[in-house]
Structures are given as structure tokens and as C-alpha cells.
Ligand binder design. Structure first.
Ligand SMILES: Cc1cc2nc3c(=O)[nH]c(=O)nc-3n(C[C@H](O)[C@H](O)[C@H](O)COP(=O)(O)OP(=O)(O)OC[C@H]3O[C@@H](n4cnc5c(N)ncnc54)[C@H](O)[C@@H]3O)c2cc1C
Length: 299
């Protein structure tokens, strides 16, 4: 199923797995089930931390869950996560296998302290560029909090559900059976929607900080540029933005951005964030701050 190159890459990623992973597949006689089984067997062959059971009884077939024996993680792929979702599969394996995520300590704590029952279902397609952000955010939440469960569903394999729920576009997210949102959404945005006190908490945190000399509103290229130059000149600078990157995050293909012939939106957004943080960190000994707040505009 996986070619030699992909296997080699995946094998090196899986070396970061520190805790056993149990994959439980729910299969039927169809060709897609066979395809899924072949993929899962490939994965198992690449790490001795991973085991596979193919006697799952989930109603969605083909599907597979990733479990950490002894813990209560509920994370499932209903579909074969190749294409744009392959990264989501790799990250899910790493995180279920104990590899820490890159989310901030604050966000991780916020996820862990969410109370209630959250059954998420996300419909994706393998060609959807906006889907992996959502799938990865919800998978991470499911890994961190046993009250959160997530199933990522390839709509092409579960057409009856798509029709019944009238899913018109992907990603389409359902929470406890009710439509939760559509389109690209990051971890912070999902959390802000779930944690009704989040905006208030953020506003309180901001209030507790010393005043900025300059507070840049918006984390797109213009905001990033303003923050870099203000910080560089020794001005106490903050950034208030829902996410770094602005509109750049709404597209994969960026062309003719001054001095950059072509790149990808998420790559450019990550470079903007890194540059802003670098300028700030160069002056750690001076009283500068960088803040990126979710839904600041609503506070
Ligand atoms: C689909 C698409 C494809 C594109 N392709 C290209 C391309 O190929 N090449 C190219 O050069 N450009 C491209 N662009 C345009 C490029 O993304 C924009 O020119 C650039 O992002 C503008 O930067 P900006 O910082 O001025 O504004 P934005 O990127 O819009 O950033 C503004 C930020 O401020 C935030 N904000 C606004 N008001 C508030 C408020 N009150 N409180 C808090 N936050 C607020 C917004 O949420 C946003 O994050 C494309 C844009 C899109 C949508």
C-alpha cells in the first residue's frame, strides 16, 4: 500500500513513539476494507510498538481506532487517510504513541480542563486542503481529554451519511450530532467555541499585563511586519490576532508575494510567525511581550 519512500519516512517518524499503540480495525468484505487492512499492516510492520486487531465492531466499516492500552483515548478514522490526510494519520500515531504535540502548554491545559461530553465527527475528503487542520486539532483534543471523542470520516466512503446530513462542503464538523462548523478551523478557534469562558479568561489575562506601547491588531502579513519593526526598535509590542497569517492561511498557492515567487499559504504563515517571535526573543531581557489571542475581536 505504501511505497518504499513513504515507508522509510514513516518508519523514522514512528521511532518517536514511546508508548504502545493498538489499532483496532472494523472491516467488511469490500475492496476499501482490504485497502485499509493493507495500509494498517504496513504501519504495524514499521514499529514494534504498534499492534493490529482486525475484529473491531464499529458500525462504520471500514474504519479503525487508535488506542493507547490503559488509557481512554477515542480517536477513529472512518476512511483511508491518504492524500492530504496522511499527515493527520502520522500525527495521530505519534500523539497516541506518547509523542508530545507542539501546542502551547496553555492550550493543552485548556483542552485537558474541558468538562462535558464531546462527540465530534468531521467529514473530510482526500483532496481537501482545509480538512487536515480540523482533523488534527480534534484528534489532538481526543488524545488529551478522555471526554472528547473524534471520528474523521471520508465522505466519499459514507455517502449515505453525507446525504442524510446534507453535508455540502468539507470539512464539516458535528458535535454530539449537531452541526458545529464548516471550513478551516484551528485548535484555538475550536476551543474558543467550546469553552464559553475562554474569551473572558483571555480578556482578564490581557488586563493583567502591563500596557503595550504598540498593540498591533491582526496577524496577517501587514500586522506581522508592523510587529517586527516595532519590536526591532525596542518598542513594547503586542499582537492581537485570531491566528497568524491572516488571509494567507486561506490558500495553499501563494504567488508573487513580494520577493517570493511561489510558496504555500501555511508555510508563509509559519514563516511570518517565526520571524515575529524571533524579533521578540532577541530582546528577552527587555520588557517586550507577544500575545496572540483567539477571538480577541469579540472580547
Ligand atoms: C484565496 C486567496 C489567495 C491569495 N493569493 C495570493 C497570492 O498568490 N499572492 C499574494 O501576494 N497574495 C495573495 N492573497 C492576498 C494576501 O493573502 C493578502 O494580500 C494579505 O494577506 C494581506 O495582508 P494583511 O495583513 O493586510 O491582511 P489580512 O491577511 O487580511 O490580515 C488581517 C488580519 O487581521 C485580523 N483582524 C481584522 N480585524 C480584526 C479585529 N478587529 N480584531 C482582531 N483581528 C482582526 C483578521 O482576522 C486577519 O487575520 C490571497 C488571498 C486569498 C484570500
Amino acid at each position: 500500500m505504501l511505497d518504499a519512500n513513504l515507508k522509510a519516512q514513516l518508519k523514522s517518524y514512528l521511532e518517536r513513539v514511546t508508548q504502545p499503540i493498538e489499532i483496532v480495525a472494523s472491516l467488511d468484505d469490500g475492496a476499501k476494507s482490504q485497502e485499509m487492512l493493507a495500509l494498517l499492516k504496513d504501519i504495524v510492520s514499521l514499529s514494534n510498538q504498534i499492534t493490529l486487531l482486525d475484529n473491531g465492531t464499529d458500525a462504520r466499516k471500514p474504519s479503525f481506532s487508535l488506542n493507547r492500552p490503559g488509557s481512554d483515548i477515542s480517536l477513529r478514522f472512518a476512511g483511508i487517510p491518504m492524500g492530504h490526510e496522511f499527515t493527520s494519520l502520522v500525527l495521530a500515531l505519534l500523539q497516541v504513541g506518547g509523542h508530545p504535540s507542539k501546542a502551547s502548554a496553555e492550550v493543552i491545559e485548556q483542552i485537558r480542563s474541558l468538562k462535558g461530553e464531546f462527540n465530534f465527527e468531521t467529514y473530510f475528503s482526500l483532496s481537501c486542503q482545509n480538512c487536515p487542520d480540523v482533523v488534527q486539532a480534534l484528534n489532538l483534543m481526543a488524545v488529551l481529554n478522555p471526554n472528547i471523542r473524534h471520528v474523521a470520516i471520508d465522505g466519499a466512503l459514507f455517502q449515505a451519511e453525507v446525504d442524510e446530513r446534507k453535508v455540502m462542503a468539507v470539512p464539516s464538523i458535528y458535535l454530539n450530532g449537531v452541526n458545529f462548523g464548516q471550513g478551516r478551523m484551528g485548535l484555538e478557534e475550536i476551543l474558543a467555541k467550546l469553552d464559553t469562558g475562554a474569551v473572558e479568561k483571555q480578556a482578564q489575562k490581557l488586563n493583567a499585563k502591563e500596557a503595550f506601547d504598540v498593540l498591533v491588531v491582526g496577524g496577517g502579513p501587514a500586522g506581522a511586519s508592523a510587529a517586527i519593526y516595532a519590536a526591532r526598535k525596542g518598542i513594547r509590542t503586542g499582537v492581537a490576532a485570531e491566528r497568524f497569517g491572516g488571509q494567507v492561511l486561506d490558500t495553499m498557492a501563494i504567488e508573487n508575494f513580494v520577493s517570493v515567487k511561489e510558496t504555500e499559504g501555511p508555510k508563509l504563515a509559519a514563516a511570518l510567525e517565526e520571524h515575529v517571535k524571533l524579533r521578540i526573543s532577541e530582546h528577552r531581557d527587555r520588557p517586550f511581550r507577544l500575545i496572540v489571542t483567539g477571538h480577541f475581536a469579540n472580547a
